[in-house]
Design a protein around this ligand. Structure first.
Ligand SMILES: NC(=O)C1=CN([C@@H]2O[C@H](COP(=O)(O)OP(=O)(O)OC[C@H]3O[C@@H](n4cnc5c(N)ncnc54)[C@H](OP(=O)(O)O)[C@@H]3O)[C@@H](O)[C@H]2O)C=CC1
Ligand SMILES: O=C(CO)[C@H](O)[C@H](O)COP(=O)(O)O
Length: 476
């Protein structure tokens, strides 16, 4: 359809000036691009431009969607930064009649990748082009350099690659932005990133619980422990902010922030999507599933209080000398490796299922800076995944060695916590994953026996080939 001539076109457009969108827009402007911006509530656009300082001259605000589309240079690229689900579909519906087939819509929110697959398939029949990209790093990351996980048509990505690389975080000057596969691949990777984020955070919370309720450390001592760990092998954004959160005081009451924050964790769905996907693809991701479950249980505040009234409070102090931060550190390290192994395995399973490229070492590289799960270990993970594609991370010599050295810490932590009523669902799921993954002869033989007994499902034998033997069970 014809568009009015605009004097100075924007090079890209962005819809949704919320927490992420407005920071991403400023980041794009700061990198020298003229960017058209539009928000459902026009007042927010006005406020945004008014506060943009010198960058305002690179912003092209619009009050109507038609004006917005017309202000972007064709072929247009438009980033959506709105909540996942209906809002994305609604925006696409509004945009489609205004766009040309060669234009490109980029959903940069946390979409369910099945939705992205559907939208990408619809785009194939007549355009505009569609891409789903995962963006991680929160508010700060969006403003100063997020990690960008792109999925969709590779030639469409090539059009926006220079911009995405320019605005992304850099690890040793390498942009943390890459094309990771077709259709919903980028959003699948972002979802698994968030699943790992849930597990990482839950394991830190479990160790915090051991320090607070088992070792009776106060908040500032806990902060010191996190700070110390952040200088070593656990160096990561999440450990760094855990130290800061533990040390900060409430300006209103002067009390430690951790003492005034209610123990009920929110969730927007990406952790749950990861767990669902792991189950759907038949990939073990017990640590992530346990973390999602623990978030759900955290919300059951009243039930937990009722349980405490009936059974008494679970946590009991751990006697001096039985467990300390020097044991918790390797426990977290082992838990982290095991949970990342599950995440990468899940991504590989999705790649096989959909026939997507999904270069797993590249995914680890994109996570090295900018994103919430960034950590020193990710560089080693990228190298290990590169060494032998398809191999489970725990079998890579570097991580096998690290696990051998940290296993004892994880086992001792889980055992001691369990004996003292300190819940460690994610750490114990990580340990179980490790133990199962190193058990050559498991106990599934009895499950096969049971299945055959009650349903004649058949089993394989250890002593001869064939896949459908039956036992001599008599039907009553
Ligand atoms: N916050 C974070 O740390 C991160 C968020 N994300 C993802 O980024 C996306 C945006 O999140 P965030 O910026 O935090 O969200 P906010 O709630 O801060 O902003 C949402 C934006 O979307 C607009 N919007 C909401 N509903 C609609 C709709 N139905 N139609 C059109 N516009 C709508 C809002 O407009 P209005 O002003 O009119 O309400 C607002 O501009 C989400 O998918 C989120 O999961 C990804 C990484 C990190
Ligand atoms: O994507 C993110 C970071 O990468 C968001 O911060 C994430 O949505 C937070 O998830 P939840 O609200 O479920 O804890």
């Amino acid at each position: 359809m014809p568009h009015p001539i605009v004097q100075e076109h924007a090079e890209i457009g962005l819809i949704g000036l919320g927490t992420m969108g407005r920071n991403l827009a400023l980041n794009i402007a700061e990198n020298g691009y003229r960017i058209a911006v539009f928000n459902r509530t026009a007042q927010r656009t006005d406020q945004f431009v008014a506060k943009a300082g010198d960058l305002a001259e690179r912003l092209v605000p619009s009050r109507t969607i038609e004006e917005f589309v017309a202000s972007i240079k064709p072929p247009r690229a438009i980033i959506l930064m709105v909540p996942a689900g209906e809002a994305v579909d609604a925006q696409i519906q509004v945009l489609r009649p205004l766009l040309d087939p060669e234009d490109l819509i980029i959903d940069a929110g946390n979409a369910n990748y099945h939705d992205t697959n559907r939208r990408a398939a619809t785009a194939l029949s007549g355009g505009p082009h569609f891409m789903g990209i995962g963006v991680s790093g929160g508010e700060q990351g969006a403003r100063f350099g997020p990690s960008i996980m792109a999925g969709g048509d590779r030639s469409a990505f090539a059009r926006v690659q220079p911009l995405l690389e320019a605005i992304s975080a850099k690890f040793e000057n390498v942009p943390c932005a890459a094309w990771l596969g077709e259709a919903g691949a980028g959003h699948l990777v972002k979802t698994v990133h968030n699943g790992i984020e849930y597990a990482d955070m839950q394991m830190i919370a479990e160790v915090y619980g051991i320090m607070r309720d088992g070792l009776k450390l106060d908040n500032s001592a806990v902060a010191d422990v996190f700070d110390g760990w952040n200088q070593g092998v656990l160096q990561s954004y999440l450990i760094e902010i855990s130290a800061e959160v533990s040390r900060t005081r409430d300006p209103d009451t002067g009390r430690p922030m951790l003492d005034v924050i209610l123990d009920r964790a929110g969730q927007k769905g990406t952790g749950r999507w990861t767990a669902i996907e792991a189950l759907m693809l038949g990939t073990p991701a017990g640590t992530i599933e346990a973390a999602v479950g623990a978030r759900g249980m955290s919300a059951r505040l009243e039930e937990r209080k009722a349980g405490e009234a009936v059974f008494g409070s679970a946590p009991r102090p751990i006697a001096q000398g039985l467990l300390g931060p020097e044991v918790l550190e390797p426990a977290l390290l082992a838990g982290k490796i095991l949970c990342y192994a599950q995440g990468f395995d899940l991504i590989s399973a999705a790649a096989r299922q959909y026939g997507w490229a999904m270069p797993v070492p590249e995914i680890a590289r994109v996570w090295r800076a900018g994103c919430i799960i960034r950590s020193a270990l990710l560089n080693d993970m990228a190298s290990a995944l590169e060494e032998q594609p398809g191999r489970n991370l725990i079998l890579a010599p570097f991580f096998a060695d690290t696990l051998r050295r940290s296993e004892d810490g994880l086992r001792k932590t889980v055992a001691m916590a369990t004996l003292h009523g300190l819940p460690v669902p994610a750490l114990s799921a990580a340990l179980s994953y490790f133990d199962i993954m190193r058990t050559g002869r498991s106990t599934a033989n009895i499950i096969q026996g049971q299945r055959d007994f009650f349903g004649a499902h058949g089993f394989e034998r250890t002593d001869m080939p064939g896949d459908s033997f039956h036992g001599p069970w008599a039907i009553a």
